[in-house]
Design a protein around this ligand. Structure first.
Ligand SMILES: Cc1cc2nc3c(=O)[nH]c(=O)nc-3n(C[C@H](O)[C@H](O)[C@H](O)COP(=O)(O)O)c2cc1C
Length: 216
């Protein structure tokens, strides 16, 4: 496989003109707007509209970002599942502040959730884990997520051992579970023409959501 010498990046440019975001036509509750945009993404058959870029930070302030899947929204926040001993798990244990960015590119939209995470009760992880495909359950046990491993054969060997140990009934690992991101801010970005995009920022102030317009 040979890599190209040069990438033609300078001429990559999209004009954004699908919709607008006005103070007057948006709900008072940003979670309601998030759900509207999410359903819009679903109805346009966007691939994995629940994929979000989750940003955390190390204790000394180095940022880290990766994709995870949103698996629920309720009054406790935005939920995702992962390995508690992964890099993100260790970072969140030291600093629970996080940010999640959703890009619905084909709709010229982005939503960013900022807040603080807490762990979901283990029973909820168990209930969700039980709904996952068998191979995913084995994978959760086999993967010491974020650790350096010798090679792929090592990983597949681990998976085979787990399979032999548990068979069809795979329990939820104690190190695997959910987090919920309770938002203190949610920002919506709608692409507009001439780069005069709409940005509406909802900030939680004294228990109320306050809407602010941010310069693009
Ligand atoms: C589309 C997509 C969805 C993903 N969903 C998850 C997920 O829900 N949970 C998870 O732990 N990792 C998920 N991953 C893998 C993460 O991006 C990441 O590699 C892994 O969680 C380890 O991250 P960390 O080392 O920063 O903790 C996903 C990756 C992609 C590309």
């Amino acid at each position: 496989m040979s890599a190209p010498d040069k990438l033609n990046l300078q001429d990559l440019r999209v004009s954004y003109d699908l919709d607008m975001l006005l103070e007057s036509n948006t709900p008072a509750d940003p979670v309601a707007l998030f759900k509207l945009w999410f359903n819009d993404a679903m109805s346009h058959n966007l691939p994995e509209p629940n994929a979000m870029q989750l940003a955390t930070a190390t204790p000394d302030g180095a940022p880290n970002v990766r994709t995870v899947l949103l698996k629920g929204i309720d009054e406790r926040g935005f939920q995702f599942f992962t390995n508690y001993e992964s890099a993100k798990g260790r970072e969140l244990a030291a600093n629970p502040r996080a940010s999640a960015c959703f890009l619905w590119n084909e709709r010229h939209r982005q939503a960013i959730v900022r807040g603080t995470v807490s762990k979901l009760p283990h029973e909820e992880a168990q209930a969700y884990f039980a709904t996952r495909p068998h191979g995913h359950q084995i994978g959760a046990w086999a993967s010491a997520q974020s650790q350096i491993i010798p090679d792929r054969a090592w990983l597949e060997g681990r998976a085979a051992e787990i399979e032999a140990k548990y068979g069809e009934e795979v329990p939820c690992p104690p190190f695997w579970g959910g987090y919920t991101l309770l938002p203190t801010e949610i920002e919506f970005w709608q692409g507009r023409t001439s780069r005069l995009h709409d940005r509406l920022l909802y900030v939680r102030e004294n228990g109320m959501w306050v809407k602010k317009r941010v310069s693009p």
